[in-house]
Design a protein around this ligand. Structure first.
Ligand code: CTP
Ligand code: MG
Length: 222
């Protein structure tokens, strides 16, 4: 097996706002993207970490990555799926790939362990967290409660047999949105295992998530 990681970092971070895309914000003196890359690169099962960056973000990227030795970054596209496709096209000789959001800087090695282990039995595997809160429908008035015993919050990295995810992405209609890669794999008929995720792995989506990620990072370092 030859397992590689693909970090997608070509987004604009519009929901966080500000001039600097969220993957280049610093947490504990280190860029968010560098935290994500380092967590993957440090894992013994991962042979290489490929990164997809936004057009015009080359300088931000090289500053954030510093002296780390990585393959040349690939330029991403307009949607996350475009960026994933471009990244996958630049990878050669991989048997498996872990596709990860740069916007998730806190990646525990134990989650990677579980994904890699699951790949021995399944074409795909994702980290999922059971939903703890009560879920209810509603507009501004409360509607029905939705049973949550079979609901998960889906995280990244998402792990796949390399050829399977490439073929699945090619088969996915270009005009259809895909919020993650696992649904693309599923649509192509692949069974995707759910392994336990981690609350630490939360994505930075809104401005307030940066402070939370910082606190979590600090708590891990104590
Ligand atoms: N991403 C990407 N290429 C895109 C869009 C998103 O590589 N065209 C990446 C982001 O950099 C991020 C991950 O996909 O690491 C998850 O996307 P999201 O959280 O939506 O990030 P952004 O698209 O940057 O944020 P927003 O949607 O708020 O603009
Ligand atoms: Mg987005």
């Amino acid at each position: 097996t030859h397992i590689v990681a693909l970090v997608v970092a070509a987004g604009k971070g519009e929901r966080v706002g500000g001039d600097l895309p969220k993957q280049y914000w610093k947490i504990g003196g280190k860029a968010v993207i560098a935290h994500a890359v380092d967590a993957l690169a440090a894992h013994p099962a991962i042979a290489a970490v490929h990164v997809v960056i936004g057009a015009g973000q080359e300088e931000l990227y090289s500053k954030a990555i510093g002296t780390r030795l990585l393959p040349a970054p690939v330029i991403g596209g307009a949607s996350r799926r475009d960026s994933v496709l471009r990244g996958l096209a630049a990878i050669e000789g991989a048997s498996h790939v872990l596709i990860h959001d740069a916007a998730r800087p806190n990646l525990p090695g134990a989650v990677i362990d579980r994904l890699v282990e699951a790949l021995e039995h399944h074409p795909g595997a994702i980290p999922g967290l059971p939903v703890a809160d009560t879920l209810a429908r509603g507009t501004d008035i409360l509607g029905d409660v939705v049973p949550r015993d079979q609901l998960y919050r889906v995280q990244t990295p998402q792990a796949f047999q390399f050829d399977a995810i490439v073929a699945a992405h090619r088969a996915w209609p270009d005009d259809r949105e895909a919020t993650d890669d696992a649904q693309v794999a599923r649509a192509a008929g692949h069974r995707v295992a759910i392994v336990p995720g981690d609350a630490l792995l939360a994505k930075i989506t809104f401005g307030e998530d940066i402070a939370v990620a910082e606190q979590r990072m600090a708590a891990r370092m104590i």
